[in-house]
Structures are given as C-alpha cells and as structure tokens.
Unconditional design. Structure first.
Length: 171
C-alpha cells in the first residue's frame, strides 16, 4: 500500500546543501539519515519477541551511498549476520559403500544465520504452520513514513545550522 507524504521546505534545504562542500553536505545527510533510521531501529528492537535477545543484537543501521547512483545516500535498517559469533555446526558426512566408510562427500551446516531466521520470524512459514511475527513492518508502520520524513527534515535543518557554525568558526 503506497503512502503519500507531503514534504515542504525541500527546495530550501536543497539550496542550502548545495552551498556547502560535498564533504560537508554528505556529513549533514549521513547525520540526518542515521537519526531518522535510529527511531525505526529502536521500535524494531522493541517489537522483537522477548525470547529473541540475539536477534535484538543483530539489528543494525547502515547509511551508505547507493550502488546505482553514487550521489544518493540511503539508510538501511537490517539484520546483520555478523553481529555476534555465529558458528553453525558443520558435519562431515561419510558414505558407506559395501559396508566400508568412504571419503567425505560433503559438508553441511546445521542451524540458521540470524538474518535468515529474522525473515522466517517476520513472514512466517505457511507450509510448516509457523505463524508470522512481524517486527520490522510494525516498526515501519509506527515510526516510518511521515514520522521518519519529518524527523529527517528537522535533522537536516539542525545539521545545516551546526555545519554553518562550524564553518564560520574556521574549522
């Protein structure tokens, strides 16, 4: 379902950002995006079931340039597979041919990474009868959309003021 949000004051912010150097403008943009995504992250962590503390540790925010358009910054709230020391148990299966053990045929992992588990938790597994327990979609519904856009606008304004005072001091 598409949401329509009205964003006023964008041209003024854009003009102010264009007056700054590229490095300063990126600093302001990263600051604003990180702050806007932090509210969604906080709500997502609050929505995770209480018996999933490792999943709460795995939730992260990343602000980076887009791969297709390098001039555009994006914020991502995601589940990191490297958030903690996850080591799946590996097993070497050996085959028996005519009663004798042969060389290993393959290694396989038992267990799932936190990002895979989070997808199963978010969307459920209908065929196995596992109910969905959405935490990210609920966080976006509560903190995203118009709220995140307003927070982004406010933080961009604060960042521009902060950067202007920093440049005025001569740093």
């Amino acid at each position: 379902m598409a949401e329509y949000v009205r964003f006023e004051g964008g041209l003024g912010l854009e003009r102010a950002l264009l007056e700054l150097s590229t490095k300063s403008a990126q600093r302001v943009g990263r600051y604003a995006l990180r702050r806007a995504a932090a509210a969604v992250l906080k709500q997502a962590k609050a929505n995770v079931r209480k018996r999933e503390p490792r999943l709460v540790k795995a939730l992260k925010v990343r602000v980076d340039r887009m791969k297709t358009e390098k001039a555009v910054l994006s914020a991502l709230v995601y589940v990191s597979a490297k958030a903690f020391d996850y080591r799946p148990r590996t097993t070497q299966r050996r085959s028996r041919i005519r009663g004798r053990l042969q060389a290993r045929r393959y290694d396989y992992q038992i267990g799932s990474r936190p990002d895979v588990y989070a997808a199963f938790l978010e969307f459920g597994r209908i065929h196995q009868g596992v109910r969905a327990y959405p935490f990210m979609r609920a966080a976006w519904a509560q903190e995203g959309g118009a709220n995140a856009l307003q927070r982004l606008k406010d933080d961009l304004g604060q960042g521009l003021v902060r950067e202007a005072t920093r440049l005025a001091r001569g740093r």
